[in-house]
Design a protein around this ligand. Structure first.
Ligand SMILES: CC1(C)CN=C(N2CCN(c3ncnc4sc(CC(F)F)cc34)CC2)S1
Length: 488
């Protein structure tokens, strides 16, 4: 295949810079990047550096930076042609239409689906790439969706693209790219809905489908997705350093080319990598987490939670507890707009960990008496804590499945009681019932009501998202139309 002839000059690949060069070449010098090729290359490297057999940890070999096991062109070429062969033999290749049909998409999904190993541990690491599919017949949920898109690309259907929520993946296709189809499974024990349109029923209001604001990938963003999905973990405690470095270099390449602009989670992934080992001359990771939030607000109507939990996690790890509270309250302002459904376990676990592990840990540290500038004396922090919990309560309201249970109450009571009573008294809570109803019920609302509950008139300060107001007047003039600055 001509493709491989012009790649010959780069092989055999022995270092990270050459892999970056190959990706750059695909991203900039081809009509569109070949995502099957790039997934195989990334997968071979990841698996050779993280599989127990060859891990340097075992051989205790000092690996100098930028070195990789030798990657031969024929290794990649063989796997690539194997993938092509599987897809072409199963789908009659006389490509009649210029756009994919639901039948075609379903057919490709069936080919992948029916060639997977019967039963295997689906959440295992390193099951995301075509290398895993071609050598082990195993893929995770994301990997199946990715393989379907790669299969459609290899058949010449360039209208089929990956659509990503924060915990699921599907495809869009058709003349306007507006047709949608499930192509993989989600979660445990759920019947797969492959072939069906996305979120028509009750699931449309669940976080899993992000209120119909998924990341719809271009071919270049599909490269960002496969790079984001690179998993450097060697075991539960160690990462393979070179895999991590390769992922970081490739994400910076995609960042510089502008392909992460509409992909908050990929920016967040890069932020996490930069926090661990920052690159000279690059923006700090704190900025990246802010950029991920800005991207979600700009392109996805602030319906995504993870940008705030990326940022909150960063603040927490760096003991910036006041800032962490604000990020988590902002995350809660997003989830309040959804109805909780059984498909939302992942984000439920995220909020549970924040409420029952991270915040109690902060309370313990802050009330140990050694914190000079303790958050326990800051009304803004108390306000953000309440906003955090209020969002979770709102999430539960109107949902078929309950969220909160007694396990949440004990840490909550414990946390609230750690704030000084005079701090708690400084809070004036203004509820915009109207806005919540409007946002949650898509604009329908029975009564407009805005109650103001003054808990203390002496020095009542209105705390809006952690920022005390300047004057009392501002509080009295508030009306139901005031937007609650949910995304401060
Ligand atoms: C703040 C966090 C807990 C840290 N990592 C988080 N991740 C969230 C998920 N991650 C992702 N990163 C890039 N792209 C995607 S697409 C997707 C859904 C899947 F079904 F396709 C997940 C995901 C990466 C890791 S959220």
């Amino acid at each position: 295949m001509a493709r491989f002839r012009d790649l010959e000059s780069l092989f055999p690949i022995t270092n990270i810079s050459t892999v970056v060069h190959l990706f750059r070449n695909e991203l900039e010098n081809t009509p569109e990047p070949d995502i099957a090729l790039l997934s195989i290359v990334a997968g071979v490297i990841e698996n050779s550096l993280t599989s127990r057999s060859s891990s340097a940890l075992q051989m205790c070999e000092p690996v100098e930076q930028n070195s990789l096991p030798i990657l031969q062109l024929e290794t990649v070429e063989t796997l690539y042609h194997k993938f092509h062969g599987i897809i072409k033999s199963a789908v009659d290749s006389n490509k009649s239409k210029s756009f994919a049909t639901r039948e075609l998409v379903k057919k490709v999904s069936d080919v992948i689906w029916n060639s997977l190993t019967r039963s295997y541990y689906k959440d295992r690491a390193h099951l995301q790439s075509l290398y895993s599919y071609l050598t082990g017949s195993k893929l995770d949920c994301f990997g199946v969706a990715f393989a379907v898109v790669a299969g459609c690309q290899s058949l010449g259907y360039n209208d089929v693209h990956l659509a990503l929520s924060e915990d699921h993946a599907w495809v869009v296709f058709g003349e306007n790219g507006t047709e949608t189809a499930e192509v993989t499974w989600h979660g445990k024990g759920n019947e797969d809905k492959r072939g069906q349109e996305i979120g028509k029923g009750i699931s449309a209001r669940s976080w899993l489908y992000v209120n119909n604001k998924p990341v719809v990938c271009t071919r270049h963003m599909e490269v960002a997705a496969l790079v984001s999905a690179i998993n450097p973990s060697l075991n539960s405690t160690h990462d393979a350093f070179e895999v991590s470095l390769l992922q970081q270099e490739l994400l910076w390449l995609l960042y510089d080319l502008g392909h992460l602009k509409k992909y908050p989670m990929a920016i967040g992934n890069l932020g996490d990598l930069e926090e661990i080992s920052s690159k000279v001359g690059r923006v700090p990771c704190k900025t990246l987490f802010e950029e991920a939030i800005a991207s979600a607000r700009t392109y996805y109507n602030n319906q995504h939670v993870y940008p705030y939990t990326y940022q909150g996690g960063y603040f927490y790890r760096n003991k910036l507890y006041q800032e962490a509270f604000e990020s988590w309250a902002n995350a809660s302002d997003v989830i309040r707009l959804y109805n909780y459904s059984r498909d939302d376990e992942e984000i439920y676990k995220e909020f549970l960990e924040i409420a029952n592990e991270l915040i109690p840990h902060i309370m313990k540290v802050e009330s140990s008496g050694f914190s000079a500038n303790t958050i326990l004396k800051k009304p803004e922090c108390f306000a953000n804590l309440l906003r955090f919990y209020d969002g979770i309560c709102k999430w539960e309201e109107g949902s078929a499945t309950p969220v909160l249970h007694i396990g949440w109450a004990k840490p909550l009571v414990n946390t609230i009681s750690k704030f000084d009573s005079d701090v708690r008294a400084q809070l004036n809570i203004v509820c915009d019932k109207l806005e919540d109803k409007l946002l949650k019920n898509g604009g329908e609302c029975d009564t407009a009501s805005s109650e103001k509950i003054e808990t203390d008139t002496t020095e009542a300060k209105e705390i809006r998202n952690g920022k005390p107001s300047t004057s009392k007047e501002e509080i009295d003039t508030r009306t139901t139309s005031n937007k609650r600055g949910g995304t401060s």
